[in-house]
Design a binder for this molecule. Sequence first.
Ligand SMILES: N[C@@H](CCC(=O)N[C@@H](CS)C(=O)NCC(=O)O)C(=O)O
Length: 207
Amino acid sequence: MTRIRLHGASYSVYTRIARLILAECALSYDFIELDIFDKENLPAGYLELHPFSKIPVLEQGDVRLFETDAIAQYLVALAKQERFLPADPLTRARCLQLMRILDNYAYPKLVWGIWVEDQERGPLSAEAIAEARNVLRVLESFDAGAYLSGHDLTLADIWALPMITYLQMTPRGSVMLSECSKLSRWFGTMGQRASVQATRFPAEHDT
Ligand SMILES: N[C@@H](CCC(=O)N[C@@H](CS)C(=O)NCC(=O)O)C(=O)O
């Protein structure tokens, strides 16, 4: 198989999603680390790989892909690991629903609204806390089994893990997560996976 190259950052939520899938699918790859927020110093030609200046980007021979969902679906098909997307219509729909909830609400409200605010600005506003709680309440309501959309690991779990990890690393987020018994249990289970341990954020090594 032509060698896979992944451009991204070890601190990035979406890069970690791609790396979790690569690890879960036992696909080896070269990781090309860049700081996407240092726009002045992006690698030459990076905008040809990602015209919207984001990470991750996957390359394999002539294949170039951006948008993490496209990368994810390519990788699971390549590795013949379609089990990460449930076959049953409703379970699959719930899995996709969760992934979009995570993109559209959890990423902005938990990662940017809580983790980044906590790191960069200090005291969290009541509004930010209420919005994060609302996201957690919705995730907690997906009462499916050991994993978020059933009894097996799916892309929804892989999507959620990096976002909940950043939330949980803040004092307030850790308390909020502990108030959600199912999500807390799920987070503990996920933390034991080799893929999760192998892709820890740099900030996790400091905690
Ligand atoms: N919709 C994109 C989102 C990717 C994304 O937002 N990546 C973040 C890092 S986790 C990024 O590149 N941020 C840089 C920026 O917004 O300038 C995807 O699914 O790949």
